[in-house]
Write a new protein. Sequence first.
Length: 119
Amino acid sequence: MIDHLELQTRKMQESVRFYADVLGPLGYSLKVDGASKGFGSDGSLDLFLVDGAPSAHVHFAFAASSRQTVDEAWEAARAADHKTDRPPALAPNVHPNYYAGYLRDPDGRLVELVCQLPE
């Protein structure tokens, strides 16, 4: 089981704003605001941003509690002028209840918002 993820970025301010906007509807907030930035919810720290050369060709997903939450997070990103990749939709090629929307963070990484529960 993965405990947390650390991402390197050369666009710290843009990245902090992106993840705050996108993860807010999922219950995340900025918990660590030093040289490294840490996002978490309910006492956990799951995502850290640090200065450095970003990795290429990275894709990761954040679990949402409902399809509505996926929609809300994706729409919050779109409304804040963040780069969208694919709007939320069912992906029955994965499984019948796989509902996901996709964004690009400021470094171009593919960020997925997903709910795998039936509606």
